[in-house]
Design a binder for this molecule. Structure first.
Ligand code: SAM
Ligand code: SF4
Length: 336
């Protein structure tokens, strides 16, 4: 078997090459989505454990040198990192310039969308699971729907288009209103994608039986809309199955991350806010870059650590298979 030193940068043993880096810039959050965090929050990373801006940019630069072409800033809630606009600006100066995206809950984006776009952000994905205020409050444990709406409008205004919306359907909470979310997004020109709930909550309370499957979401949407599948070739490494809505041109995506995983085409790699490289959301291992970096490691040494971590990426996440164990880190501390 070829050793990682002879392989392409960021390649793994199963023939995949990572081009898409997800960077978690903080594990903190201002919402408490029930499928993600407990009501009381989590023990946040101590400040000294987090990468400084300079450390983070240095590692991202090494990733770009290894072939990363797209960077997505996430968290926790990435807008809570005070330096977020500056980080985007510094990443926009990297060469070759990576495409820059942000995944956010949208709270505070009304203020930041303009500065982020000016700094070089190319697009945003905003998470919004319901457009009903009571459901939103139940789901996120915060009464902030109006802030998210303002954030979305500001993103469109700032030219961060197409504005994409991500939604998770929860049984008995918002599953009956998925078509309302689609209609709301269609009315405003936002591109909606549903994603199956995954076993990544801090409480470890995920239940396969309770999960609203991609197939169910399709059925629920089809009661109000005609969905026509777009050809598979249009999908590439993108995980969403996309459908024209009522003949198009608008589309809706459904990501069957659990029931029809896209691991074979996965091109992702991840960096946590405390400087760990992860080759998969569901990995039970990670490689520390922070301590070697602080101990004076060279760029080549850090690149070798990154390549070593990617090389051992598992062929698939294995949810539902014997031996699957949920990772200790929740989604909010990995970077979704
Ligand atoms: N706070 C930001 C946000 O909510 O967009 C960024 C981080 S959040 C962890 C990223 C995405 O992960 C969100 O779209 C959220 O809905 C999704 N997410 C969180 N926990 C999840 C779970 N257990 N299963 C599926 N998606 C989840
Ligand atoms: Fe916060 Fe995003 Fe998790 Fe919701 S999904 S609690 S907004 S990190």
């Amino acid at each position: 078997m070829t050793s990682p030193t002879h392989a392409l940068p960021l390649a793994d043993q199963h023939g995949r090459v990572a081009r898409d880096l997800r960077v978690s810039v903080t594990d903190r959050c201002n919402l408490r989505c029930t499928y993600c965090m407990p009501a009381e929050g989590l023990p946040w990373l101590p400040k000294p454990d987090m990468l400084t801006d300079d450390e983070l940019i240095r590692i991202v630069r090494i990733f770009v040198g290894l072939g990363v072409t797209q960077i997505r800033l996430t968290g926790g809630e990435p807008l809570l990192r005070r330096s977020i606009v500056d980080l985007v600006g510094q990443m926009a100066e990297l060469r070759p310039r990576p495409r820059l995206a942000l995944t956010s809950n949208g709270v505070g984006l009304d203020r930041l969308a303009g500065p982020l776009a000016q700094a070089g952000l190319d697009r945003v994905n905003i998470s919004l699971d319901t457009v009903d205020r009571d459901e939103f409050r139940l789901l996120t444990r915060r009464d902030r729907l109006h802030d998210v709406e303002k954030g979305l409008a500001a993103a469109a205004e700032a030219g961060l288009t197409p504005v994409k919306v991500n939604a998770v359907a929860m049984r008995g909470v918002n599953d009956h209103s998925v078509a309302d979310v689609l209609q709301w997004c269609l009315d405003r020109g936002y591109e909606l994608r549903f994603i199956e709930q995954m076993p990544l909550d801090a409480q470890h309370s995920w239940d396969a039986e309770a999960m609203v499957t991609a197939e169910e979401i399709h059925t629920l949407l089809s009661r109000r809309f005609t969905l026509t599948p777009l050809p598979e070739e249009d999908r590439g490494s993108a995980p969403a199955e996309r459908f024209l809505v009522d003949g198009g041109p608008e589309t809706v995506g459904i990501i069957a991350s659990v029931t029809r995983p896209f691991c074979r085409a996965c091109d992702r790699t991840r960096l946590t806010a405390d400087g760990q490289v992860r080759n998969c959301l569901f990995s039970r291992r990670e490689t520390d870059l922070r301590e070697p970096l602080r101990a004076g490691a060279s760029d080549d040494e850090l690149a070798a650590l990154i390549n070593g971590e990617m090389w051992v990426k598992a062929p698939g996440h294995g949810i539902g298979m014997a031996g699957f164990t949920q990772p200790d880190r929740p989604m909010s501390a990995i970077g979704g």
